[in-house]
Design a protein around this ligand. Sequence first.
Ligand code: HEC
Ligand code: HEC
Length: 350
Amino acid sequence: MRLWVSLTLLAAVLPVGLSLALTPAAAPKDNAQEPAKDPATIRASYRRPDVVPFPSTNPYSEAKSALGRMLFFDPLLSRSKTHSCASCHKPSLSWADGLPRAIGEDPKGLPIRSPTLIDVAFFEPLGWDGKFKDLESVAFGPILSPMNLNMTEPELIARLAAIPGYVDAFNHAFGDGAITRPRIEQSLATFERSIVAGEAPFDRWIKGDESAISASAKQGFELFNGKGRCSSCHSGPSFSDGSFQDIGTAKGHDIGRGRFFPTSAKLKYAFKTPTLRDVARRAPYMHDGSVATLEDVIELYNRGGIERPSRSPDIRPLSLTTDDKKDLIAFLQTLTATAPPVAGIPKLPR
Ligand code: HEC
Ligand code: HEC
């Protein structure tokens, strides 16, 4: 069961650059259907929701979210006390890090790119290969990973318990000051669910402001939903249906979701369809940071990738013209929120 908390309520208490002018929309999960033919219906299917889903097992509370926000930005979560969640999910870089591969405590780095956290509330499972069943279960992945934050659970709990401000914050959020792994997971997840896409020119256009985006971008939106076939995976308000797909690029042992489903022909080389919110600000692209620019992304889709049994039927040579490519990029650029997130580092208890 999910409880839906209004974005306007979250905007009042959270630092993440939300617009108060959200329009009512259907629950986002219902929008991930096949796009209809009628242009007005297609546009409506991308309307930002005005509520965020919270699981009934971890309902929203302001105190939990405030605690999660402190934990998210706190370098005490790393062995060297120099890295935090925000080192790789930086608000100023659309909650990613701008690197082809993430770098944590181990200077050699991780084999994958840090994804944005924009709109994570709307997707499960998480991770490029879907290894995390929900947001709560992500937190101790990076915390315990020797390459990432390289902590242990007892050490982290001891560090936090030594700081009266944290004991107070846990008390405030959970009714007593006990610091436990599930409480850390729940607080971080509650904060992360507040990280939602800010209003972009595209949103103003679908609400009726014809001057919000260019003619080229409007043409690009049509290609996105038509000839380009993009919307068969990048659908709904977050521009993702949350599905795992082989777009014909990964090679060798990099088999993505196939790792968990070794007998599935379709999931070999399948990775999570990422949101396209703020995409123009989030280069380089893909799970391995292998594609440098949006122009290169479009070229890749135009070629259609490696033909093999796992490749999605929606990935195939597209015969895009030079103008088509420009229009698609102009459209993708309209998905960048105009007010950048204002979340700064909160005051950390010490
Ligand atoms: C060293 C960089 C780094 C740090 C630090 C880091 N992450 Fe991540 N994060 C990543 C990478 C890389 C992935 C992709 C992991 C995968 O797909 O297996 C990821 C994935 C995620 C996801 C899933 C997003 C999605 O769309 O699937 C969430 C949520 C997340 N991290 C939250 C956190 C939290 C909370 C912390 C702090 C406890 C944290 N991260 C610390 C790099 C980092
Ligand atoms: C079959 C489903 C599917 C279709 C169709 C599709 N995509 Fe994707 N898209 C994905 C997946 C899956 C990824 C991530 C692949 C990876 O990480 O290796 C992705 C990644 C991207 C990225 C990089 C985002 C990021 O954060 O790294 C962009 C940009 C993008 N797609 C745009 C498009 C456009 C434009 C089209 C139409 C021309 C399109 N996609 C068609 C599934 C699809």
